[in-house]
Design a binder for this molecule. Sequence first.
Ligand code: OSB
Ligand code: MG
Length: 372
Amino acid sequence: MKLAAIETRIVEMPLVTPFRTSFGTETMRQVLVVRAETDEAEGWGECGASEAPLYSSEYTEGAAAVIREFFVPALRDAQRDLGDDFDAHRVAPALAAFKEHRLAKSAIETAILDAQLRAQGISFASALGAVRESVPCGVSLGITDTIDQLLDTVAASLDAGYVRIKLKIEPGWDLDPVRAVRERFGDIDLQVDANAAYRRSDARLLAKLDAFDLTLLEQPLPADDLLGHAALAREITTPICLDESITSARAAATAIELGAVHIVNIKPGRVGGYLEARRIHDLCAAHDVPVWCGGMLETGIGRAANVALAALPGFLLPGDTSASERYFATDLTEPFRLEEGRIAVPTGPGLGVTPIPEVLDRFTVRQDRLPC
Ligand code: OSB
Ligand code: MG
């Protein structure tokens, strides 16, 4: 396969409701969409970064810049060395010299993998090793102004069919909302995500969550505090799940060895792409560590690939793979719909979905074509 060009677009999609986490509030999903043009097919990828570097150090404009200034020239060089042999597995090695920027690397690798799989007539699901035709879905609910608002949102999510509820927490919004949801809705599958908002000295407070029988506590401490998570794991009974800390298969191996993690949230963007995500899945399976698929408020492009990944055998818990309408009134692709709490895994070649040109154009604020 020969890569002809990388096209980047900055797209701005209004969210149906603001999404508030311990690190900030998003009312609009600013997303970098990547299109890979090859001699055989085109492919699509999306970058998980948002407008500001609040979840991680990456942000949309930075991702666009690193792709333009460094990644595309490196892909051009790699391709020149390889002749017509270029494919998605060459992307990570070609970009490995550039530190971090995993969300941007993932968008590039995904677009090229999509092009390759479309040309080969293979779906993401079968390329990755999926064993399910549909996946059970959870929903991640942001911090609200009042507990009553939160209870209404949980009620609506359960009515819609979501099989697992995740509440965002932060200091000052933890025990009370969790208690209220548990009391009102009883024995539902409930978990919480702190996005690194607590410190080791909060262990006693976090131990009070044990009373609510949560499925897991996601990323309570800073990303680089693996020892803190290991210490916390010895002081509380709620299983610890890591998100921000797991940046690679190596980081996952370290966290498992330290006893810092019981369950892993796999976000392909955060680890640099679906190929590394697959390796983390395999590593966790080998250690009997369950995984689930996280999300970054993806449009249909990223959602298609996430749903395919979530169909692998080690994905033993419902993911943050919610339906398109939970995020957007109009998605970039055909919307993903929830049916009896599940989303069907796309079966067509590559992602199995394609952005709708008029919709993509309507939400695009800037576009750049970079020849390779
Ligand atoms: O921590 O899992 C997270 C969204 C953006 C950034 C980080 C996170 C999230 C979510 C929402 O929790 C997941 C989703 O519904 O896509
Ligand atoms: Mg998280």
